[in-house]
Design a protein around this ligand. Structure first.
Ligand code: NAP
Length: 242
């Protein structure tokens, strides 16, 4: 059995990615933080399609929790390796920088940038030994061009982009690729409070994207044939930024 891990796989973009990667024949390990009903629903959806999935609950920002959960997964799956890692878990805590609290800054940085570091290092050693891997990090338009009200989120996503480019150079020769997918405005619970009617006028495609439109790009980057693409950032944003 080949394994893939998707952080924040219980809802939104992560759920769409989990469904697609399961169709590639992978057993998908779905991470989530607290919404176990949503996470169980994804497992059910994958099983109904004839695929395999299981849950691994941890908070990506909690280093101890991440290391404990992933190392006990490795212990109970002797000789097995996670071939695909998608770092997707995320939150928004928007505020103008002048009003931003330490908590808003730290929480966003800890989940996106800290989570990327802790989860990836925990998976990477076995991936390197296995001499094969696909790592995809879900970043954001905000991490490329910046967005007012999102200094915390932009900094975190830009950090993940830069770290991905460096990591790609460190491990390309081990047959492991590291890429980023940068969505624009995508219809999920994360963007429920954003008025599509108002914002779509700025988007050349004149609509928000769907989670599956992001997932299809992640799915491709996770395939064997995407072997010569690494250190890249692919935007999925309806032409909002070029
Ligand atoms: P979403 O619908 O709110 O789902 C977020 C997912 O992340 C949930 O599965 C949630 O788990 C999980 N999560 C949150 N904090 C976590 C933590 N500390 N540890 C583990 N899991 C955690 O969000 P989404 O829109 O799908 O966003 C997915 C990714 O795309 C994020 O990285 C986001 O920054 C990025 N993105 C989204 C958009 C957009 O327009 N939606 C645009 C650009 C980038 P629970 O179910 O347990 O809460």
């Amino acid at each position: 059995m080949k394994y893939a891990m998707i952080t924040g796989g219980s809802r939104g973009i992560g759920r769409a990615i989990a469904l697609r990667i399961a169709r590639q024949g992978y057993h998908v390990v779905i991470n989530y933080r607290s919404n176990s009903d949503a996470a169980n629903e994804v497992v059910k959806m994958i099983e109904e399609e004839g695929g395999q999935a299981s849950l691994l609950q941890f908070d990506v920002a909690n280093k101890e929790e991440v290391r404990k959960a992933i190392s006990s997964w490795h212990e109970s799956h002797d000789g097995q390796c996670i071939e695909i890692l998608v770092n997707n878990a995320g939150i928004r805590k928007d505020n103008l920088m002048v009003w931003m609290t330490d908590e808003e800054w730290d929480d966003v940085l800890d989940i996106h940038l800290g989570g990327f570091f802790t989860v990836t290092t925990e998976v990477l050693k076995k991936m390197i030994r296995n001499k094969y891997g696909r790592i995809v990090n879900v970043v954001s338009l905000s991490g490329i061009k910046g967005m007012a009200g999102q200094t915390n989120y932009s900094a975190a996503k830009a950090g993940v982009i830069a770290a991905s480019k460096s990591l790609a150079q460190e491990i390309s020769r081990k047959n492991i690729t590291v890429n980023c997918v940068a969505p624009g405005f995508i219809k999920t619970e994360m963007t429920e409070d954003i008025d599509e009617a108002q914002w779509k006028t700025f988007i050349p495609a004149r609509r928000f994207g769907t989670a599956d439109e992001v997932a299809s790009v992640v799915d491709f980057l996770c395939k064997k044939e995407a072997s010569y693409i690494t250190g890249e950032v692919i935007s999925v944003n309806g032409g909002l930024y070029t």
